[in-house]
Design a binder for this molecule. Structure first.
Ligand SMILES: [Zn+2]
Length: 433
């Protein structure tokens, strides 16, 4: 089939007016103008998305789909209080609950034009639920509060694949030791070494809050007790989180999530060693954590992706809104870079750019159409005016997931199961308050 729009944003090259992609099976086989492609492939069915810009499926590089049922449970507020309160409802949920929440989160991803995620998972239920709906990406098993010696057993108890082959294709696996205040240095290093040894991706929440910066600088502040309880062997290094990761040998090829409170020189360390950063500006605002250091990261040449973080600290899984927030923080970023960050650069940070993130022959057919007013500046319009409500079509792996603004599969059961988990989480929160 040929899939065309008013504009095509291949991302790897200039936008194409009346551009189109040809899809055969699950792959893109050709990219060009609608006129050229329909002449070359005269028997192909043409899906012409008039009034729409066609783009790669968006990348939401930091989510917690298993927590999607916690939407609206805690209002915006201070980070340390939020993280203390959220623990109760999370601990009340079972793996079946996480599966139901993740299915709903994946549905919300598709509705927002997202086909690739970097997701923090507690077991195989989130990647399975996401794959069922058509969302792929990298799923990071979260470990925290254990000793380094307990890592292999903990991973195996949560069905982490023993070798990368067991978690390949469009669903890749990774490991994340959560944060420097919930995982001690030996655990972070052990998780990092395990990931490196078997070729798994490695991510960590880093430099998210002022409370974290205070803890690392001098061992003080509202996260001190959490660190004493969970981060076995932690001693305040007197540096920022990024330099701390470098000191313990866990920065090379790492994905650093948040990077709001960077110390001098840390952006350069990220540029030199890390795979990239995932910025979550709306979640940072929700939790009063400040704004990510976008212009400093850009100036240092750091690779960037965008994430929404979980629906427990954000209103929506809307990557368009994150991109607008990013551009508001750093107006010099520009729409072309913002679109890259939403797509190809995001895929590079997750390590899936060989298959996703741009519209090129040979890549997976993961693409969306978004209704936008007629424009001569499709990149600018995509960032400034793109919304989940404007997403008209979603194709992932060559399969239609949304057609003309409607999901291509039944969603009522997914929504009902999520509502059940949401009620359970609300009850658990009441019980601890
Ligand atoms: Zn997070």
């Amino acid at each position: 089939m040929i899939f065309a729009g008013e504009w095509l944003l291949p991302v790897s090259r200039e936008p194409i007016r009346r551009g189109a992609v040809r899809v055969a099976g699950s792959r893109i086989t050709d990219v060009g103008t609608l006129r050229d492609l329909s002449a070359k492939h005269p028997t192909d069915i043409i899906h012409d998305q008039r009034g729409c810009v066609v783009a790669p499926g968006l990348v939401n590089a930091h989510t917690h789909l298993s927590l999607s049922s916690l939407l609206g449970l805690l209002p915006p507020g201070e980070f340390a209080a939020w993280i203390a309160k959220i623990a109760g409802p999370v601990q009340a949920l079972t793996h079946d609950d996480f599966a139901d929440a993740a299915a709903y989160g994946a549905l919300e991803c598709l509705r927002s034009g997202v086909t690739i995620v970097g997701d923090v998972a507690y077991g195989p239920e989130a990647p399975a639920a996401a794959a069922d709906t058509g969302v792929g990406g990298v799923f990071f098993w979260e470990v925290l509060g254990i000793s380094a010696d307990d890592l292999p057993e903990t991973l195996s108890a949560h069905d982490f694949p023993a070798e990368n082959e067991a978690c390949s294709g469009r669903t890749l696996c990774g490991i994340t030791p959560h944060t420097p205040y919930t995982s001690g240095p030996e655990l972070i290093r052990a998780a990092y070494d395990y990931a490196q040894r078997w070729g798994f991706a490695f991510a960590i929440h880093a430099a998210e809050s002022l409370a974290e910066a205070r803890l690392l600088a001098g061992g003080e502040g509202p996260l001190r007790q959490t660190a004493e309880r969970l981060a076995l062997g932690f001693k305040a290094p007197g540096t920022g989180t990024i330099r701390y990761l470098e000191h313990i040998g866990a920065l090379r090829d790492t994905i650093a999530v948040h990077c709001v409170h960077l110390m001098p020189g840390e952006a350069e360390l990220l540029a030199a060693h890390a795979r990239g950063v995932v910025l979550c500006p709306r979640s940072n605002r929700y939790l009063n954590n400040g704004r990510p250091s976008v212009s400093i990261l850009r100036g240092a040449g750091v690779r960037m992706a965008l994430g929404t973080d979980s629906l427990a600290s954000n209103e929506t899984l809307d990557v368009f809104a994150e991109a607008r927030e990013l551009c508001a923080i750093d107006p010099a970023l520009g729409a072309e870079r913002a679109v890259r960050i939403m797509t190809l650069e995001g895929a590079q940070v997750l390590g899936v750019d060989a298959e996703y993130g741009s519209l090129e022959p040979g890549k997976h057919a993961s693409l969306i159409s978004v209704a936008l007013a007629d424009t001569d500046d499709p990149l600018g319009a995509f960032v400034a005016e793109g919304t989940p409500a404007g997403v008209r079509s979603v194709i992932s792996e060559g399969i239609w997931r949304m057609i003309d603004g409607n999901m291509a599969f039944h969603t009522k059961g997914i929504e009902q199961r999520n509502a059940r988990v949401a009620a359970k989480a609300a009850q658990a929160l009441q019980a601890v308050q």
